[in-house]
Design a protein around this ligand. Sequence first.
Ligand SMILES: [Zn+2]
Length: 447
Amino acid sequence: MEIEITAVGGYEEVGKQMTAVRLGEDVIIFDMGIDLSKILLHENVETESMHSLDLIEMGGIPDDRIMSDIEGDVKAIIPTHGHLDHIGAIPKLAHRYDAPIVATPFTAELVKKQVQGEKKFGFDNPIRKMEAGEVIQINSKVTVEFVNVQHSIPGAIAPVVHTPEGAVVYGLDMKIDHTPVIGDPIDVDRLKEIGREDEGVLALIPEALNAGEDGRTPSEKVAKEMLRDLLHSFEDYDGGIVATTFASHIARIKSLLQFAQEIDRRPILLGRSMEKYSGIAERMDLVEFPDVGMYGHRRSIERAMKRVMDEGKEKYLPIVTGHQGEPRAMLTRMARDDTPYEIEQGDKIVYSARIIPSPINEGQRHQAEKLLRMQGARVYPDIHVSGHMGGDEHYDLLDWLQPEQVVPAHQTASVRSEYIDMAEELDYKMGRDAHLLRNGDSVTLTE
Ligand SMILES: [Zn+2]
């Protein structure tokens, strides 16, 4: 069976991830993401009503026109988790393929939400839900197994394609977390087992996001302890405390809610995406958020903020959008004094997030923080740990899986070459069994 990997998107940037794996005459697509940083460069862009070709020209979604060069039929589209750089292009591209979306239940719900907002294209791909540990048959010789991993959103998996030539492991967006706050720890036993199976691992496609960084990424438990420590230090403060984090980071939000209650404050979630992700997580019983207000629409947010101001800021802990300084997000509007919530001297602003490196984010976040500080706020940045593997975890994963070939993804060529440097320490060789692809390139792994 000829096995070929095609880099469609995410091999020159962090964002718009998409990889096609051809197994003989069948093809599986992994991820179909959007690169918002490219889209935000343009003003007044409303992606929902845009044509995919215009978004491709902009660099905002993967250029999947190269799929017509691949000789095979797409049998499944498999997003690894629900972040937009992995599912955001599904409304624009999936309709071109006569194939189901196969995803874990939480990811599947987010895909549904994503396609609901689409105004240009129809969407009738079936959505099949599959839990970690389960297997789907692609053809008589090929199956895909979902291996549970941990990342900064619930429902993340590493899909493993089992073929007669060995396994192809698509290992994007994960960390080796043994003590997560939500969900099961990463299934290390299963990964090791796959590495020991007779056919072995033909190829590993790892994320290379932090491949050049030394050490290991701390567990989510560590972020939880950092938040516990910080919020308890505010226990006697009788003014405003506001926290912000990734709306999709349900584990982090769960920790924030717990410590808000421990210091006798009522948590409320404010912002459209806060309501969206937490609402889905609660409906799916991933978490219980008893007695937590969630407000997503402008008017209901303003009413909730007025109530907070009337009853006393010291009774509440708003958890809001805006950790990257996004101009229309809640914290940015609060910083501009554009909401009923008044920031006063000494108020605490907790950023449980790190700036996603890009000049736009850095500028916007700097501006928002500056405005908050000008109103007297105390700002606590980086109360956070990453959802991605550090260099040492990459080393371990290679050791467990012992893949014949590696094809790092999800980064610029320069950072992916740092991954390849590390692989070369383990006797891989660039161009022979360690491949540095660019968007549009393919590599055939078997004769
Ligand atoms: Zn992700």
